[in-house]
Write a protein that binds this ligand. Sequence first.
Ligand SMILES: [Zn+2]
Length: 122
Amino acid sequence: MCQYEAEDNLHVLRECPVAKDMWKLIVSEASWSQFFSNNLLEWVKTNLGNHGRLPRHGVPWSTLFGILAWRIWKNKNLFVFQELTWSSVEAIKVSISWAKRYNAINSWDSSRNSNSEYLLGN
Ligand SMILES: [Zn+2]
């Protein structure tokens, strides 16, 4: 996507300008130096372990982080194989929308009592 030669996973998910622009739209500037440090494993562990909610949207950071990281990876593939690109804003909007839906389903599920029937399985 950029001219950087060795595109390892951390580059694609966080360091590539395309990815960085997206993260900078949802990570506050005061947290950039912390967010853009750490190796891949620590970065993923720290963010998936952060269940604090986004002020305006109410979704847990961990959910949005996982979905946006996946979206960035998907977009990389879209670009490589189909030459399609998404704008940063588009990717963020879709990710927030999915995170909200995931969160709604999740809270619906955990609020059910143990005797209720599931939609699938037992
Ligand atoms: Zn790159």
